[in-house]
Write a new protein. Structure first.
Length: 60
């Protein structure tokens, strides 16, 4: 096809890959959040549930 790509970014093919921030498991046909992202989201939710807490639109 003539599409160029970076050799430094090449990874060997596996059935589980991280792409666009998600973990894609092709064999099991699942998509999941990596644990570090899950913990970040959990922290945000805990903060949002704090009574009388205030947040800007960019923090939502």
């Amino acid at each position: 096809l003539g599409v160029l790509w970076s050799q430094e970014k090449m990874k060997p093919f596996t059935s589980v890959q991280r792409y666009i921030g998600f973990t894609w498991d092709l064999e099991n046909k699942t998509i999941s959040l990596p644990m570090e992202k899950m913990e970040k989201v959990r922290g945000l939710i805990i903060d949002w549930l704090t009574p009388r807490a205030k947040f800007s639109a960019s923090e939502a």
